[in-house]
Design a protein around this ligand. Structure first.
Ligand code: SF4
Ligand code: SF4
Length: 342
């Protein structure tokens, strides 16, 4: 699989040529916000990251899973019927490497020895990801400290690098190569161009000054971390608003509810958050995380202790920094991890 280049002036035609085979999403600016959208005329390349994580490509905020009739006279009353999920082929251009790594972490959560989440994987399989390396990381980006990097390839099908007048495309998977084969305007890159991309990657990594260490968290026992006094300090500020979990690319908790209108019912799953008191409320009335300290602690312990313990060592945070930028009371995950690692 050879690296390919594309003149930026041909980018619109490149996207158009892919539109025959995929529904193509590209970054676009709407007011202050950058988001992925389809059918965009101009492809935005000069942005740091989308405001919201792109996890909703595979895990929508609200999703119908089953439908059923509530009409007692119907032969199939209260029989759950699958909502057919045959996602169309999609291609997402310009996804950031940290967000692609988050999908790999979630793959391991949505598939384990006992269970495979067909909703997640049907969309994953139908989607091709062309990543865009980050040349201007935010001051809040700390991907290098959690196993990633501004040009990390993990989870991507193709990685693109902005070389000024041209874009370099590095195919990483068969799926990525197939997409490039369908695209117009590409030419094979020479060694000099690939070397220039390697130089840009080094420069981007050097530009990330925000670092944390997690090595001691590994060595500490769950109880040692659980009983640490710093949770009381963090919980005092936290509003339990849940913003950090909703914007997080690896948060994946959901609740399942039935909604009935007339004689038809839908079983729906919606994003939920461990910051919510109701999230762990049992039918008996008992709540194992009834106080704010236990809810705040759960968010950080889950990402930095429980996920690495249970899912092969990888930390459940990709360092995108969204929770730092958007927390209304400036709780900074890096400070919390420094306390956990002290
Ligand atoms: S965004 Fe900040 S205040 Fe809101 S739940 Fe998260 S840590 Fe607490
Ligand atoms: S955390 Fe790393 S990969 Fe993510 S936007 Fe920042 S620099 Fe890019």
């Amino acid at each position: 699989m050879a690296d390919m280049i594309l003149k930026k002036s041909a980018l619109a035609d490149f996207i158009k040529s892919l539109s025959g085979s995929y529904k193509v999403f590209t970054p676009s600016r709407e007011g202050q916000e950058v988001k992925f959208a389809s059918n965009q005329g101009k492809v935005l390349l000069d942005f740091q990251n989308t405001l919201l994580s792109p996890k909703d490509f595979f895990f929508p905020q609200s999703e119908r899973m089953f439908e059923y009739s509530t009409d007692p006279a119907a032969a199939d009353a209260f029989i759950l019927k699958d909502i057919a999920t045959e996602p169309e082929p999609r291609l997402v251009f310009g996804i950031r490497p940290c967000d692609a790594r988050a999908f790999v972490i979630l793959d391991r959560i949505f598939k384990n020895d006992q269970y495979t989440d067909s909703y997640w994987f049907a969309r994953r399989e139908a989607t091709t990801l062309i990543g865009l390396g980050c040349q201007n990381p935010c001051p809040t980006c700390f991907c290098l400290s959690v196993g990633g990097g501004p040009f990390s390839e993990e989870g991507l099908d193709v990685l693109a690098c902005d070389l000024g007048e041209t874009l370099l495309f590095k195919p990483l998977t068969e799926k990525g190569q197939q997409a490039l084969d369908k695209a117009e305007g590409l030419a094979e890159a020479d060694d000099k161009t690939s070397q220039e991309a390697a130089r840009i990657k080094e420069q981007a990594e050097a530009a990330i000054s925000s670092r944390i260490s997690t090595d001691k968290i590994d060595e500490k026992t769950v109880m040692e971390l659980y009983e640490a006094p710093h949770w009381e300090v963090v919980q005092e500020r936290c509003l339990n608003c849940g913003v950090c979990t909703f914007v997080c690319p690896t948060c994946h908790c959901f609740d399942i509810q039935d909604e009935v209108a007339g004689k038809v019912g839908d079983r729906i799953r919606n994003w939920d958050t461990c910051m919510s008191w109701l999230f762990t409320q049992h039918g008996s009335g008992h709540n194992p995380r009834a106080d704010k300290t236990s809810r705040v602690r759960q968010r950080f312990m889950h990402k930095f202790k429980y996920i690495p313990m249970k899912r092969g060592g990888d930390i459940g945070c990709v360092g995108c920094g969204r929770c730092i930028m958007l927390c209304p009371v400036n709780i900074d995950v890096r400070d919390v991890v420094r306390d956990m690692n002290a």
